[in-house]
Design a protein around this ligand. Structure first.
Ligand code: AMP
Length: 542
């Protein structure tokens, strides 16, 4: 028997329609790529997105077309997301920090017809249009005054504000099947070619609902959220949907994620919550250190994408009265997997117990299921000690990659590539990426544990632990350290700090101070070049 409720299919544009109608005066604030601050309301955002959608329709947009964006977090980029997906086409976010060859591969693999591009990237893009045969038009996300001039041959070059915004056009948004593709995001992948994760309206909508839950982002109309996490990486952690869904004020940093810019936006726009990767927060904390400025009225930062260091928790809390919430997820999960909001009973733990708990990646919301398994794919106990490969499933977890025939799942579960423990209360803790674990003799050493211990030492900016070849043990940990600008760290201090939290056999065999630890396009430590350079360090001394 079927239920007798309305059949109201999901189109993500309904989120913006809701925000425009019921939170119409709420602001979307953008730090413009061209400089200065731009303000518009959700009502205006809806009008502009509708206008853009009408233009795209008239241009010949077809359902299922892939339309790319290469842009920072701005109001225009937000409008593109809704205008494209809302018509049943696919908004394909490109990570501009990727290598040119990777970007070309991704654009051609997706078969993008049009690219919306920010001024920061337009020059590089136009220079290689000849390698992107599917592109018919480039829309520069700027106004007439800032519009660059290029000869793009048969590819149309359009100015966003002239072409799309405020045409006054209206359109009927289509009714879509819930599982219609909404957006596409490629994971940079450490081996092989990047792979496309194709989100659906249903997955994004369910994910947005879950994002707002008290144990997840805890988002409401009373919040002002600074969305630092980029729209071009991991679906901006779903915040581009969750914030309008509840009518939160949305602050978009544009191209400037410097400490000065982030601090200014937080205090001037009365930001209550902010979300980003640890490197962004390190930059902010360094800036605050130099300037003595504060973060009022910020209440909490959500830290994910890489492990939250203990020192970051205490600095935010003790100096700035800001809470840190640890979160874990991945592109393949839209991306939220776990959030670490304490359960009842947390307050009775002593300071050390609380810290221990906060460092975990957290618990799953409804919509994600997880388990850990051994090499034989057998479940291992959730005792907080035994670690295994972390598998996940749920309505916003990937089934298969774009263009692949084969499922990405084994027995219905997606292997995250992470190694983790889960404790009896359901808190998951990543011990490593499967490929980063240091395999020393029969034992596994968590590179994350070594890095976390090192990063707490004053003067350390970044730490990367890799497995270096060893004649007896197969691999032993080698620690590479980048010091903060103008500071140095004594190796003895480092070893002392590491000894406090690691067993003797887990201690790195050597520490190498380097000028710069490379980062990936997503701002995470890139261990691949480090392995290439240092994997024989312990045997050859270089
Ligand atoms: P991406 O799809 O690029 O966002 O990368 C996802 C991967 O980032 C995960 O599989 C983890 O290895 C890593 N990651 C994400 N969040 C965390 C976290 N809080 N702590 C440690 N690693 C994380």
């Amino acid at each position: 028997m079927l239920g007798l409720m309305q059949d109201a299919p999901i189109n993500l544009v309904s989120i913006l329609q809701h925000a425009g109608r019921w939170h119409g005066e709420q602001e979307v604030v953008t730090q413009r790529v061209e400089g200065g601050i731009h303000r518009q309301t959700y009502a205006e955002t809806l009008t502009r997105a509708t206008s853009l959608a009408a233009r795209l329709r008239d241009w010949g947009l077809r359902p299922g077309d892939r339309i790319a964006t290469m842009g920072w977090n701005t109001h225009r980029h937000l409008e593109c997301w809704y205008a494209v997906s809302g018509q049943g086409a696919v908004c394909h976010t490109l990570n501009p920090r990727l290598f040119v060859e990777q970007l070309n591969y991704i654009i051609n693999h997706a078969g993008d017809r049009m690219i919306f591009v920010d001024l920061s990237f337009v020059d590089a893009l136009i220079g290689r249009l000849d390698q992107l045969p599917t592109i018919e038009a480039v829309v520069v996300m700027t106004d007439r005054a800032n519009m660059p001039v290029y000869d793009t041959g048969s590819v149309a070059l359009l100015c966003y504000e002239d072409w799309a915004a405020d045409t006054g056009a209206s359109l009927e948004w289509p009714t879509l099947d819930d599982n219609t593709a909404s957006s596409l995001c490629y994971t940079s992948g450490t081996t092989g070619d990047p792979k496309g994760v194709l989100y659906s309206h249903r997955a994004n909508l369910l994910h947005a609902y879950a994002s707002c839950l008290p144990d997840v982002f805890n988002l409401s109309a009373r919040d002002t959220i600074l969305m630092i996490v980029p729209m071009f990486h991991a679906n901006s952690w779903g915040l581009a949907y969750a914030a309008p869904m509840v009518g939160a004020k949305l602050v978009l940093p544009g191209a400037d994620m410097s400490g000065a810019s982030v601090q200014r936006l937080i205090t001037q726009e009365s930001v209550t919550k902010a979300a980003g990767v640890p490197t962004v927060w390190n930059t902010l904390l360094d800036y605050l250190d130099e300037t003595d400025l504060g973060l009022h009225p910020l209440r909490e930062v959500v830290v994910g994408g890489a492990a939250l260091p203990a020192s970051m928790i205490s600095t935010f809390r003790d100096r700035y009265q800001v809470g840190t919430i640890h979160a874990w997820g991945m592109t393949e999960m839209t991306p939220i997997g776990t959030f670490n909001r304490p359960k009842a009973g947390f307050d009775v733990l002593d300071a050390e117990g609380q810290l221990h708990q906060r460092l975990k990646q957290g618990r799953v919301p409804f919509g994600v299921d997880m388990k850990i398994v051994d090499d034989q794919d057998d479940d291992v106990p959730c005792d907080g000690e035994t670690f295994g490969r972390l598998l996940v499933k749920g309505p916003w977890t990937i089934d298969r990659y774009y263009g692949d025939d084969a499922s990405a799942l084994a027995h219905g579960w997606f292997d995250t590539g992470d190694i983790a423990t889960i404790d009896s209360e359901g808190y998951m803790q990543i011990t490593d990426r499967a490929k980063d674990v240091v395999k020393s003799g029969g034992e596994w050493i968590s590179s994350v544990a070594v890095e976390n211990a090192a990063i707490g030492v004053p003067g350390v900016a970044l730490a990367a632990c890799i497995g270096a070849s060893h004649p007896k043990w197969g691999e032993r940990p080698l620690l590479l350290v980048q010091c903060r600008d103008g500071q140095s760290v004594a190796e003895s201090d480092l070893q002392k700090a590491l000894s406090a939290s690691l067993a003797k056999w887990q201690l790195p065999d050597a520490v190498v101070f380097v000028d710069e630890i490379p980062l990936t396009a997503a701002g995470k430590i890139d261990k691949k070049p480090l392995r290439e350079r240092y994997s024989s360090y312990l045997t050859s001394g270089q």
